[in-house]
Design a protein. Structure first.
Length: 478
């Protein structure tokens, strides 16, 4: 398929692997294929989501996953240095010469024996995948390097996104580094943590604060992308999903290429869970893993759309025959009730997840499940993660809180090997951390009570003393 002119740029399209890669509509009655060189973010025929797909028989595939270890000896190569592009063979849509990379994905999988008793699993069975070590401090960089690479290849001249914070930070960063693709970000009024807003401002993106929440911004950004022909950087973009698949590859690498029993992830716009399901499915079909782990997606109780759709409405992927009418009816009831997402875990404060159908598919493929946790449970789990040596933002801790809840219900077994993905760095939202550990302030306490947080059982309260040597010594020794 020859590259086609596109509305995002000047019609140039270079080094795209049209011989291997293509885009395919997710719609059961559609499944139309499109050229990889077309900057599409939804099917132009039916409006459904798109997948990046590959003819693996034409790709240069490794015989086994452990072959990727050889790239650790090639650290002078920017692609080998990147924890995303080190797995280039498993996302072969672009020629390596035009990849946009900052060395993202150099993250760690850490055995978390200090947190394991809190979750309720045996020592040596809980692992934390810490994505806060990415250049912008969150997992978003995994997808953004792939999306900006595709944007460059199709000739995009501008980029845009809606964001609760982390997406805007990552888009702004990669835009600044790429240089040729300036970015605009839409954020909701009062719905972004300062740690994330600071990044978007500092990296030079045009920040537009819209009166409304993330769902409002998401609706408008889709309209803006179409009206102005701007490249869309949200996870509606199938290439964002491709980059986020590599989190799975690094988890497997950290476990010496053995799959865990459970992969637990917070659920917001559902890009990660969608990417993880796609990664496991592809690896299994390629014969690179013998089985697929189960995925557990954890909603905040105040933003529990997926939980309600799966656990209460009993809507499933059903082999691609998703009951669209029931989903539409659910959203109509949600609007009629004026139900809005509300949680301290602002990164997952989303009512209408754009990747809902891809997540339903991932749950079916992996025999996964969905759970929800309160903000109290999230902040308590966050404190436990911090005490174990990993700072994370509140949304990250939803996965740990969810694993604890699933273990208490007997869904996760005590000897199951469990990986929880910590999606963002603690300094993304330092206000939440300081507030939890210093809830003695009446104003702070009132603010948190509005979110159902009544206490801080695992708080590390600062000790206030006079400027007196003996009092300081006594405080240290107490």
């Amino acid at each position: 398929m020859a590259p086609k002119p596109n509305p995002c740029g000047k019609g140039r399209a270079i080094a795209i692997r049209t011989d291997i890669a293509y885009q395919e509509c997710l719609g059961h009655a559609c499944h139309t294929r499109f050229d990889i060189a077309e900057p599409l973010f939804e099917c132009p025929k039916c409006g459904d989501l798109l997948d990046a797909r590959y003819d693996w028989s034409r790709a240069a595939m490794p015989r086994r996953l452990s072959d990727f270890e050889a790239k650790w000896a090639e650290q002078a190569d920017p692609l080998a240095f990147s924890g995303v592009w080190r797995f280039h063979e498993l996302l072969p849509f672009a020629d390596r010469r035009h990849v946009v990379t900052l060395g993202e994905g150099r993250t760690i999988l850490q055995k978390a024996d200090k947190v394991a008793p809190y979750v309720g699993v045996e020592a040596g069975r809980l692992f934390l995948q810490y994505e806060g070590l990415n250049p912008s401090g969150s997992f978003k960089d995994n997808g953004m390097t792939a999306a900006f690479t595709h944007a460059r290849l199709v000739g995009a001249t501008r980029a845009v996104c809606a964001s609760t914070g982390n997406t805007s930070a990552a888009v702004a960063l990669y835009s600044a580094v790429d240089g040729g693709i300036p970015a605009a970000v839409l954020v909701g009024s009062g719905k972004i943590a300062y740690g994330k807003l600071a990044q978007a401002l500092d990296f030079g993106a045009r920040v537009i604060q819209v009166e409304g929440d993330f769902d409002t911004c998401m609706k408008r950004v889709r309209e803006v992308a179409k009206k102005l022909g701007i490249y869309l950087m949200n996870s509606l973009n199938p290439f964002r999903i491709e980059g986020q698949k590599t989190i799975v590859y690094r988890i497997l690498e950290g476990l010496r290429w053995e799959a865990p029993d459970w992969l637990v992830v917070p659920g917001g716009n559902l890009g990660n869970s969608s990417a993880f399901g796609k990664a496991f499915k592809e690896l299994h079909e390629l014969g690179l893993i013998p089985r697929m782990p189960r995925i557990a997606v954890i909603n905040a109780a105040g933003a529990d759309t997926l939980y309600r759709i799966v656990r209460e409405e009993k809507i499933a992927w059903n082999g691609g025959r998703v009951d669209e009418a029931r989903i539409a009816a659910f959203y109509q009831r949600m609007d009629a009730e004026n139900r809005r997402a509300r949680t301290l875990a602002s990164a997952i404060e989303i009512n209408r997840p754009v990747n809902l159908k891809k997540c339903l598919r991932a749950l079916e493929w992996t025999g996964g499940t969905v759970e929800k946790v309160t903000d109290q449970e999230i902040l308590d789990a966050k404190a436990q993660v911090g005490a174990g040596g990993f700072g994370c933002e509140p949304a990250s801790a939803a996965g740990v809180a969810g694993a604890r809840k699933l273990r208490a219900a007997g869904v996760i077994g005590p000897s199951d090997r469990v990986v929880c993905v910590l999606t963002g760095h603690a300094l993304k939202d330092p206000h939440a951390t300081v507030a939890y550990h210093t809830l003695t302030d009446a104003k702070l306490a009132e603010e948190y009570q509005a979110y159902g947080v009544r206490g801080a059982a695992h708080a590390n309260h600062p000790v206030v003393v006079a400027d007196d040597l003996e009092q300081i010594v006594a405080a240290i020794q107490s």
